[in-house]
Design a protein around this ligand. Structure first.
Ligand SMILES: Cc1ncc(C[n+]2csc(CCOP(=O)(O)OP(=O)(O)O)c2C)c(N)n1
Ligand SMILES: [Mg+2]
Length: 362
């Protein structure tokens, strides 16, 4: 089916419209009612946790945080497709994916409180650490995919990057490597229209992000990232292809970052209310909810009491993160290498002298 979605034609794979009506001819719903309801609940959980994270930062209880608001359909569709053998290589705006891969919300809160232990993701052996250096993670993803193929191990790699990340050299090297070696890597570009204040039309002259995959010989599809059902279809297909030994796949997920870039950013400085409102009509939760409503499935859902239940759970995770003992400064240096290189020893020593100096000034 996806053969007819050649990115060069700039066609968008979309199942439902903004009112939740199925607009894709011949579409067969692949999920049970129970699964559909669970997907909505998971999106709502992610949104509640994300909104609370922003609030915790505002209260001075957590450091800078990048909001996920508006991008939940991509994350929860990924979560539904990713299985135990698969690997997840994140950027930094995929909250629902980390949770699905086995990270606890407490660890995520730790991360944004600067606790070095967070990146261990103790219950998620196939989740790589969050990567703030843009697009560097994609090289790891391609290497990981190559390794899986070389060792004939099961599983595929799900790798995430933003629209801005596609301008980095690492993005291009990673795509080329994965294509040449036919590594089982699914590249997911969350095209949320901005890289901090840089609008996507200034990021590239390409007609879309998906054509970038075509240039490297990677089957690629541009899909509606605010449409859970579209994302589920295309990611399931990508996984089937990669698992069958057909090499990498690229998905451009068209979406909109409804929040600020991070809690340190003020988007009113570079985008208009009109633009925000246009995208608001396509909000992934509202759209999916309208779809469920048309199917008569909303009767079993009570958003308000669900949110209350989630808030209690999320508060517990945050309190556990706050209760954790302060980590020691040397832990920052201890986790990167098995044996500490001389340069890092020098940095550690310099940092310890700096802290000792600060202590003396007290
Ligand atoms: C290599 C590198 N260059 C610059 C930055 C600063 N920076 C942080 S986020 C960001 C924009 C990323 O935009 P995009 O890839 O679209 O992801 P989004 O934030 O929209 O999810 C930049 C330039 C960085 N973290 N790493
Ligand atoms: Mg972006």
């Amino acid at each position: 089916m996806f053969e007819t979605y050649n990115p060069i034609d700039d066609k968008l794979y979309k199942v439902i419209d903004n009112a939740g009506k199925v607009v894709l001819k011949g579409w067969n719903n692949p999920l049970t009612d129970k699964e559909l309801i669970q997907a909505y609940r998971d999106m709502l959980y992610e949104r509640t946790a994300d909104t609370m994270a922003v609030n915790f930062q505002r209260q001075g209880r957590m450091g800078t945080y990048p909001p996920n608001l508006g991008q939940e359909a991509i994350h929860i569709a990924s979560a539904k497709v990713i299985a135990k053998d698969d690997w997840v290589v994140p950027a930094f705006r995929e909250l629902g994916v980390y949770l699905a891969a086995g990270a606890s919300l407490m660890e995520i809160f730790w991360y944004y409180k600067g606790n070095e232990n967070a990146s261990k993701f103790a219950g998620a052996p196939h989740l790589l650490p969050i990567s703030v250096p843009i697009a560097t993670q994609l090289l790891h993803a391609s290497g990981l995919g190559f390794s899986l193929k070389y060792k004939k191990e099961k599983g595929v790699v799900f790798a995430y990057v933003g629209d801005g990340g596609t301008s980095e050299g690492d993005f291009h090297e990673a795509l080329n490597f994965a294509a040449v070696w036919q590594a089982p890597v699914i590249f997911i570009i969350q095209n949320n229209q901005y890289a901090i204040s840089m609008p996507v039309r200034q990021q590239t002259r390409s007609i879309n992000m998906a054509v970038k995959g075509i240039a490297y010989g990677i089957p690629s599809v541009k899909a509606d990232g605010n449409d859970f059902l579209a994302m589920y279809d295309v990611l399931s297909y990508a996984k089937k292809q990669a698992s069958a030994g057909n090499g990498p796949f690229l998905v451009e997920a068209l979406t909109f970052r409804r929040g600020a870039h991070t809690t340190s950013d003020d988007p009113t400085r570079y985008r208009t209310k009109e633009e925000e409102n246009t995208w608001l009509t396509g909000d992934p939760l509202n759209r999916f909810k309208s779809f469920l409503n048309k199917k008569g499935l909303l009767k079993t859902l009570d958003d308000k009491s669900l949110e209350e239940e989630y808030k209690l759970k999320i508060t517990k995770e945050f309190e556990a993160a706050e209760a954790a003992p302060e980590y020691k400064p040397d832990e920052v240096f201890a986790t990167m290498f098995e044996q500490m290189p001389d340069e890092l020893k020098r940095q550690k020593h310099a940092y310890e002298s700096y802290l000792a100096g600060k202590e003396r000034q007290k």
